[in-house]
Design a protein around this ligand. Structure first.
Ligand code: CMP
Length: 145
């Protein structure tokens, strides 16, 4: 099984409700290694760029507003099959459909304020991790990734 990296964002709703520590604990308990971590306030330009793939969607403007409404905690996670494992731990995008035991079931409010983000594929993970972290901010670098 391939060692992968994925980008996690604890979104403003979850940071504001004090759930950052609990979410990071769930990530670690699931066996995913945190190899980079920081709390930042996204600028409008950063949020627009990060979600550019959704720019034609009706929810884009609200999503950018929400993602800039308070600090977020971004991290890079590493482990075997990390992308799919983190997506399983997050649960469905819409928390109404999220399974018990998932982060979104426990902490999300609705489909927009859904507590966390995780990359959806290896190429997006590479782009998303480099969007927030330079190589000096990432521990345990694996050159092949
Ligand atoms: P995320 O995994 O960060 O990727 C895109 C985000 O857009 C998603 O989580 C939600 O926060 C948001 N999103 C996706 N679909 C909708 C929707 N139908 N209405 C509002 N927000 C959405």
């Amino acid at each position: 099984m391939a060692v992968e990296r994925t980008l996690s964002i604890v979104k403003p709703d979850a940071v504001a409700k004090g759930a950052t520590g609990a979410i990071l604990s769930l990530i670690q308990e699931a066996g995913l290694e945190i190899i980079a971590l920081k709390m930042i306030q996204l600028t409008e330009q950063q949020a627009r760029g990060f979600y550019a793939v959704h720019k034609e969607r009706p929810f884009y403007g609200d999503l950018v507003k929400f993602m800039t409404s308070g600090p977020v905690v971004v991290s890079a996670l590493q482990g075997d099959n990390a992308i799919a494992r983190y997506r399983k731990l997050m649960g469905a995008t819409n928390p109404a459909e999220a399974d018990d035991g998932t982060i979104r079931k426990a902490f999300a409010t609705d489909i927009e304020k859904n507590a966390v983000h995780g990359s959806d594929a290896p190429e997006t993970a590479r782009i998303e991790i480099s969007y927030f972290f330079n190589s000096g901010e990432i521990q345990a670098p694996v050159e092949a990734l």
